[in-house]
Write a protein that binds this ligand. Structure first.
Ligand SMILES: [Zn+2]
Length: 379
């Protein structure tokens, strides 16, 4: 991939190029950017750039044999590892065809959810496992075939099984020759400290609203005002912004599920309202049907909605744009979000995201969530 194809702030591209031109390339680098940052694209462009014999000050040439192989993800010195199903005999290489095609379709701009969908594992949590390490370690010991640098990309390194991390640490500390580890994470605080401490941090920020709106105008031919509105609605998440139209349907689903959740939670402890247990159970089944990644996205949406209520209460609603239907609903619901329950709401929803990640039982998790929210909704 060329740097010019990567949708990331210029300053981080310059930082990477400067390291190459000054010969100060750190052999282990941790690329950290929230979902929607083009970190994988950056790592791929960097790997290509550092190995291109005809690179200029700004980019790789894109046409030399090395560049062509990097572009096709077929260079013998490029090794990618990423989360996948935890089954025995299953390694990143089992899914390499899917990995290559998704990168080629999206230029490496996709979410973990997109990846899990591609390999048909929405309901499970992937990981980098022992099989991956068994493949990776011998590769690190070999000399580079053709390239100046052997490059190892570990995408979503926070999903590395902690039990096998010690093996990786040793290589990170004393790599053989010109070996480059490009580790990528969306959750800096979930990466093992021992890995963080051995890597140089490359922080990739999200575009701000104005910058993102300009990208939407260019890539999606949006009108300037629509582009600004979309950028603000998706909280500057580039992936969501580019797929905004596809997401509209999901958003409607989340909105109705969120309304139901609050309605049932409210009725639970209400002196007059009747709590319909069978309907609440139907809601829990609906949660199950979302799959793990869908549940996480729903819970994040719920967090955003709660925050929007807070902002309307302050009122700072202009900072939290909402659709007309969300807006109408929030204007009635916001009175239930108060100073004394806002913090428990955040904690409950954030904890639920972590529990979904930890493979908790969906029925118990969401039933419990209803009851806990209900307690805090009670006046
Ligand atoms: Zn080249």
């Amino acid at each position: 991939m060329l740097f010019s194809e990567v949708l990331a702030p210029e300053e981080v591209k310059s930082q990477l190029r400067r390291a190459v031109s000054s010969g100060r390339v750190s052999h282990a680098q941790l690329f950290y950017g929230m979902e929607g940052c083009h970190t994988l694209g950056l790592a791929l462009a960097y790997a290509q750039y550092i190995n291109c014999p005809d690179r200029t000050e700004t980019d790789s040439c894109g046409v030399c044999p090395s560049c062509v192989q990097f572009q096709q993800l077929a260079h013998p010195d490029l090794h990618c590892y990423f989360p996948h199903s935890a089954g025995k005999d299953s390694s990143s290489y089992t899914y390499y065809t899917e990995w290559r095609s998704l990168i080629q379709e999206t230029k490496g701009l996709f979410s973990l959810h997109d990846w899990y969908q591609r390999i048909g594992m929405e309901n499970k949590q992937g990981m980098l496992n022992k099989e991956d390490m068994d493949l990776l370690l011998p590769q690190t010991a070999l000399k580079a075939y053709e390239a100046e640098y052997k490059v190892f990309i570990l995408w979503m390194v926070e999903k590395l099984n902690p039990q096998i991390a010690p093996k990786l640490l040793k290589t990170l500390e004393e790599p053989d020759g010109k070996t480059l580890f490009l580790l990528i994470t969306e959750n800096h605080d979930q990466v093992l400290n021992t890995i963080v401490s051995r890597s140089q941090l490359v922080k990739v920020r999200r575009f701000n609203t104005q910058e993102l709106a300009e990208i939407l105008q260019k890539e999606k031919h949006c009108e300037p005002s629509a582009a600004l509105r979309i950028a603000a609605t998706v909280e500057n998440n580039l992936i969501e912004a580019l797929h905004y139209e596809n997401q509209a349907e999901d958003k409607l689903q989340w909105f109705s599920a969120f309304q139901e959740m609050m309605r049932y939670a409210y009725a639970l402890y209400h002196p007059v309202k009747v709590f319909d247990f069978s309907q609440a159970l139907q809601w829990v089944s609906r949660m199950e049907s979302f799959g793990r990644e869908g549940q996480k996205q729903f819970l994040r949406y719920a967090l955003v909605m709660v925050r929007k209520c807070v902002m309307q209460n302050i009122p700072l609603e202009r900072l939290a744009p909402t659709s007309p239907s969300e807006n109408e609903w929030i204007s009635k619901f916001k009175v239930f979000i108060r100073e004394d329950n806002i913090s428990p709401f955040y904690t409950l929803l954030n904890t639920a995201v972590k529990q979904v990640e930890a493979n908790a039982n969906t029925k118990m998790l969401f039933t419990d969530l209803l009851f806990s929210l209900g307690k805090h909704l009670k006046k």
